[in-house]
Design a protein around this ligand. Structure first.
Ligand code: PEP
Ligand code: MN
Length: 377
């Protein structure tokens, strides 16, 4: 289940040792003055890594598509005058050559590029033999394997300083996020590759300034490693992503307000109390699994009955009734409707799978009584 990547510590002269690793700078480099002034202010508030997009992947062709390589000397100047390390997005072989030639310190692969294995492979091959840190943004679609695939392609090409950037996902249903965070995906990534640093990008998740703090705090509470936040000296006038950018001053407040909790507990007393509570949780989880096992056995029994009487699996009115009843109950005990709907959808789908299997099995003995555990019912 784990993914075997050969990773070196994603550490820049000790900078990343401090949680959170903060990367800040404008969505796009616009002018030399805007780049330099933003960098100066960021350096004053203690930021060590400067981001700026030069080649901007835009959804529609008439939007500002970045200044391109003329911005590279600006980033060089940032490094010389402020000491900030510089990071930019690369989407093709040409970008990689230009960025390396200009001495950019860190590259990142954007969300649209991660979704394209051919592009990632080309970038990876161009980077063979180059010891540069690369950050890989999650693909636009919520696909953990595709994200891992991009990391593997780079790692296979010898890139060992890798980090993942969680920038949220395009999902079908409308939400108030620009890109839905789907926290379970970066959590799964962390589970599969525990040594891979995860940097959350609240700017592209939110699409506005209102929820930046909340998303940043959540990333810290999940023990993610860093934050990449779009910052501009004059956000309202930004040429791209104006709604989500903040000034270095606001960024400073945001960072000061973050509560950083301990990831590991070393106090024996705290640890044993936690252990006890975790044990309690485990007991409930055991019971939940047993109940689900019993419920699926009943589903299979129903499947046999339906097969015998030639009835379809899905009866919408019954499903509606289950959902309505459970939402009503959930509200009373403080469980959110969103959670209950998700939970029962998953249970219902699993039931359908069990019934389908039974109904389509060639050798089901229709008179055979299925035994199922009753102790939990
Ligand atoms: C960006 O960081 O400016 C950017 C284009 O992000 P994404 O690839 O996540 O859309
Ligand atoms: Mn942007």
């Amino acid at each position: 289940m784990g993914v075997d990547l050969n990773l070196e510590s994603f550490e820049f002269k000790g900078i990343i040792n401090k949680r959170p690793l903060v990367i800040a700078g404008p969505c796009s480099a616009e002018t030399e003055e805007q780049v330099m002034e933003t960098a100066r202010q960021l350096s004053q508030i203690g930021v060590k890594i400067f981001r700026a997009g030069l080649w901007k992947p835009r959804t529609r062709p008439n939007a500002f598509e970045g200044v391109g390589k003329i911005g590279l000397p600006w980033l060089k100047r940032v490094k010389e005058e402020t000491g900030l390390l510089t990071a930019t997005e690369v989407a093709n072989v040409k970008h990689v050559y230009e960025a390396l030639k200009a001495g950019i310190d860190i590259l990142w692969v954007g969300a649209r590029t991660t979704a394209n294995p051919f592009a990632v492979q080309e970038i990876a091959e161009t980077l063979k033999g180059v010891d540069i840190p690369v950050m890989v943004k999650n693909p636009v679609n919520p696909d953990t394997e595709l994200w891992i695939g991009a990391l593997e392609r780079l790692n296979n090409a010898g890139i060992t300083k890798l980090a993942a950037v969680h920038r949220g996902f395009c999902i079908y249903s409308q939400t108030f996020y620009r890109n839905h965070p789907q926290w379970q995906i970066p959590i799964e990534l962390k589970r599969r590759i525990p040594t891979l640093p995860i940097i959350t990008d609240p700017s592209h998740i939110c699409g506005n300034r209102d929820l930046l703090f909340e998303i940043s705090q959540k990333a810290m509470d999940l023990n993610f490693d860093g934050l990449i936040i779009e910052t501009h000296v004059n956000p309202d006038k930004a040429w791209s992503d104006a709604h989500q950018q903040i000034t270095p001053k606001v960024l400073k407040e945001l960072l000061n307000n973050l509560v950083l909790r301990k990831a590991n507990v070393d106090n024996a007393m705290l640890l044993s109390t936690l252990e006890e509570m975790r044990h309690e949780i485990d007991k409930y989880d055991d019971r939940l699994v047993k109940i689900l096992e019993a419920r699926m056995a009943v589903s299979r029994k129903i499947g046999i009955y339906k097969k015998k009487n030639n009835i379809t699996i899905l009866q919408t009115s019954r499903w509606d009734e289950i959902l309505r009843k459970r939402i009503e109950e959930a509200e009373k005990i403080g469980l959110s409707e969103e959670f209950i709907v998700k939970l029962f959808r998953a249970i219902h789908q699993e039931s359908i799978n069990h019934q389908t299997k039974v109904m389509n099995a060639k050798d089901v003995d229709l008179d055979n009584k299925i035994s199922y555990p009753t102790e939990m019912l």
